[in-house]
Every structure is written in structure tokens, then in C-alpha cells.
Unconditional design. Structure first.
Length: 270
């Protein structure tokens, strides 16, 4: 019997890192073969199962990503932009599929993924859940069907630890709305409103961000017309949906040609 694909989780102690460790350990389609944390982090050298307060999993966290990646067929990475750029180069050297869930990457940082994508598969998505990727598709369709008489607003809510805004998912939804409308999001996004802003600009796509408590992730796309409103909504109540999607992406990427892909490709929605 051939061995199951080996997966390394980066940012092992993080909210998503721990969820990924649980998901991969419970899967019958993949094996957890490594866990990476920052140098100096208390998890380094410890069995990750024990560090999570459970039974040993036989995988110790390491601060040597290349060594961990060299044993893996996939790397699942929900960390921070600069760390993700470093991991992209190392995953490509190891020819491992690099699944990137990290959000908040600037355009210039995303461009720096290109050399790695010439040698290995990268799957990057601001949201790995099936439901949100369906919502993206629906947003594009509704935006294409309605004209600028309908104002589009993307409203998102997340827990109080989140460091970037708008969320990666809100940006995916805004991008889908812009594509449906046939406009550029760069020139049509209204990101923050404060003070005397003047009237809403026709055709613009607005973003509102709520931060509080333990909200996993909530997104509304509001199409507000005169006398009627349409609201497309996704509520995430469990981070496991992102971990399951990321694992699916890591398995989907095995044996594919090098290049950059997203969850639409993985889910067959593109
Ligand atoms: P978190 O702060 O709980 O975890 C991040 C982890 O990364 C921490 O353990 C940190 O120590 C680790 N890390 C940072 N730099 C590192 C480095 N150089 N080497 C190794 N480890 C490093 O954050 P989180 O809530 O788990 O979210 C992480 C990222 O994933 C964020 O960008 C978030 O927006 C994103 N996210 C994406 C999705 C999606 O579906 N795409 C879903 C949820 C969260």
C-alpha cells in the first residue's frame, strides 16, 4: 500500500494551526509529519499533541522549516505574510504543495510568490470553506445581474485578535462583486467612512468591519436598492471548515503542474 501524503502544519500553536493538527490527525487521507513554530516559541521541541493538552501525536514542533518540509508532500500555512513568503521558497525547494491560508498579504508580497510557483503548486485563498467560495460565485452573479442602482456593501465580523482588515474573505467578495460589475476594485472600493464623507459614490463597493469577542467569521454582501435589499450571508461557527478545506486543497494539489491555484479550482467552481 502506498503511504498517505505527509503534511506539515506551520504556525502550529495558532488558532488555525491547532485546528489543522486535529483535522489531519483524524484524517484517513493524510498523515501529520511535521509542525513548525517560530524560533523561541515554547512549543519548539515539544510533541504537538501534548502541547495541545492531549495524547502524544509523535510529531515534535520544530523551528527548522526546510528540514520539516523535506519529509512532506504538503505544507499547510496559516501564519503571517512575511513567514508565508519564506515558507513558499522552502516548500518549492522541497517540491511540496503549499496551501496558503494567511491573509493580509499586500499585492507586492503576493507577486513574490511567483518564483516559487514556477517549481511547485501553491493553493492560496482568503477563505478555504466551501460555503464562502459558493458565496463568492453567487456574489459575482448577483452583481452582474443588478446595475448601479443597487449599492454594494461587504460587511464582515471577526474575533478581537484579528490583525488585518478588511478580512481576506471580504476582499474576495468585493473582488467578485467588482468582476460581476466589470469594474476595478482598486478604483471602486470605499474602505473606511468617518466624519463628513459626502454622499455615497454611485457604483462604489463599500467595506465595513466589526471586531469583537470570539466571532469566527461572518460575511454579508448587501445589495441595497430603492425599496428593496438583497443580502447574501455566510456565517462560520467552527474553524474546522477552513482546516477541512485546506487539507482538501493539499490533497488536490498532489501531482498537479506547478502554478498558483485557489479554492475555486479545488472545488471545481472556477
Ligand atoms: P494565530 O495568531 O492564532 O496563529 C498564527 C501562528 O503563526 C502563531 O502560532 C504564530 O506563532 C505563527 N507564526 C508566525 N510567524 C511564524 C514563523 N515565522 N514561523 C512559524 N510560525 C509563525 O492566527 P490564526 O487565527 O490562526 O490565523 C492565521 C492566519 O490565517 C491569519 O492571516 C488569518 O487571517 C488566516 N485565516 C485564514 C483563513 C482561510 O480560510 N484562508 C481562515 C482563518 C484564518
Amino acid at each position: 500500500m502506498t503511504e498517505l501524503p505527509g503534511i506539515v502544519v506551520t504556525g502550529a500553536s495558532g488558532r488555525m494551526g491547532q485546528m489543522l493538527i486535529e483535522t489531519i490527525s483524524a484524517s484517513d487521507k493524510a498523515r501529520l509529519v511535521g509542525a513548525v513554530e517560530r524560533t523561541g516559541h515554547e512549543w519548539v521541541g515539544q510533541d504537538v499533541g501534548v502541547a495541545m493538552g492531549g495524547a502524544p501525536l509523535g510529531v515534535a514542533a520544530t523551528d527548522d522549516p526546510l528540514e520539516a518540509f523535506s519529509k512532506a508532500q504538503g505544507v499547510i500555512d496559516f501564519t503571517a505574510p512575511e513567514a508565508t513568503l519564506e515558507f513558499a521558497g522552502l516548500a518549492a525547494q522541497a517540491r511540496a504543495v503549499h496551501v496558503i491560508g494567511t491573509t493580509g498579504m499586500e499585492a507586492a508580497q503576493i507577486a513574490r510568490l511567483e518564483p516559487a510557483a514556477r517549481h511547485a503548486v501553491i493553493v492560496r485563498a482568503g477563505n478555504m470553506s466551501l460555503g464562502v467560495n459558493l458565496l463568492v460565485k453567487l456574489t459575482q452573479q448577483v452583481a452582474a445581474a443588478l446595475d448601479e442602482d443597487f449599492d454594494i456593501e461587504v460587511i464582515e465580523a471577526h474575533h478581537h485578535h484579528k490583525v488585518d482588515a478588511p478580512s481576506g474573505t471580504a476582499l474576495m467578495l468585493g473582488q467578485a462583486a467588482a468582476e460581476g460589475r466589470g469594474v476595478s476594485l482598486e478604483t471602486h472600493a470605499d474602505n473606511t467612512r468617518h466624519g463628513i464623507t459626502g454622499a455615497r459614490e454611485r457604483g462604489h463597493i463599500g467595506f465595513s468591519n466589526i471586531r469583537g469577542g470570539d466571532i469566527v467569521g461572518e460575511h454579508d454582501v448587501l445589495f441595497a436598492g430603492m425599496g428593496e435589499r438583497i443580502v447574501l450571508r455566510h456565517l462560520a461557527t467552527d474553524r474546522a471548515i477552513f482546516a477541512r478545506g485546506a487539507l482538501k486543497a493539499a490533497l488536490w494539489g498532489q501531482g498537479r503542474n506547478p502554478g498558483q491555484y485557489d479554492m475555486m479550482d479545488v472545488l471545481g467552481l472556477s
